[in-house]
Design a binder for this molecule. Structure first.
Ligand SMILES: [Zn+2]
Length: 256
């Protein structure tokens, strides 16, 4: 799927050259409400050398190691890439990354001029790249009647699945004790992870419930795929707007 050549490829520009540390932090604006183009002055301050050690703490013990392994971000293409990077960096520092770790997340960051037909297609592609990477996907294209209908049916199935599962769980697991239909153990429901029996590991729901849930899940999967396929085909014929989607990889997490 990621081999799909349905995107245009032109040039690329990479941050690999250096830490490209920009002086001013504009996190508030870049993340904020108004997506109006905000041109930075042409002269970007020369990259300042990074301080070698920020803290004495060994990296494995920093907060970043317990944060996300990867994360998706989206930005309006009117933002210059340096501004996008600044915004992500400020946000990561707020989350608990040190500046040094945030810089490592951006190591090798490339803003690639690849335009995917859908967001999902872009995400599937990004998942195949082992480093932090940015591509674009199409937005603002009027969906076809077929897409609208598939989306509606998908939503209906998803809702039915959610409500049915919830109803089954409430019915089955709300009592203090229940008996496993497979091994007949009587188990305290405050110590189990529904629907699995802690004694035999089997699903404790009724066969009918399991079957119904399974077929609803299959229907959701099928409609989701058909809906995505329809969107890819439809969008491939049109040009609307574009949006950056970026997948950041946390190298500290990877070392865990
Ligand atoms: Zn059991």
């Amino acid at each position: 799927m990621s081999k799909d050549p349905n995107f245009t490829e032109t040039d690329l520009f990479s941050f690999e050259a250096g830490p490209a540390k920009l002086k001013k932090s504009r996190s508030k604006k870049a993340e904020g409400e108004s997506p109006k183009p905000r041109r930075t002055k042409k002269s970007i301050p020369a990259p300042a050398p990074e301080p070698e050690e920020e803290t004495a703490a060994p990296e494995g013990e920093t907060k970043a190691s317990s944060l996300w392994a990867d994360k998706y971000w989206e930005f309006d293409i009117t933002h210059p890439s340096a501004e996008i990077k600044d915004a992500m960096k400020s946000s990561m520092v707020e989350e608990g990354f040190t500046k040094r770790e945030a810089n490592r997340v951006f190591k090798g960051l490339t803003f690639k001029e690849k335009v995917f037909n859908t967001k999902r297609q872009a995400k599937e592609y990004l998942k195949t790249i082992p480093t932090t990477y940015a591509v674009k996907y199409k937005i603002g294209i009027e969906p076809s009647p077929q897409m609208i209908s598939l989306e509606r049916r998908l939503k209906e199935k998803q809702e039915r699945l959610a409500s049915y599962s919830k109803e089954q769980n409430e019915k089955k697991f709300s009592a203090d004790f229940i008996t496993c239909p497979h091994c007949k153990s009587r188990v305290n429901t405050s110590f189990i992870h529904p629907p699995v029996c802690p004694v035999c590991g089997e699903d404790m729901r009724s066969d009918t419930a399991v079957k119904t849930i399974h077929s609803l899940e299959e229907a959701v999967k099928d409609l989701s795929k058909r809906s995505e396929d329809a969107a890819r085909k439809h969008n491939s014929k049109f040009t609307g707007g574009e949006r950056w989607i970026i997948r950041t990889i946390n190298p500290v997490k990877e070392e865990e």
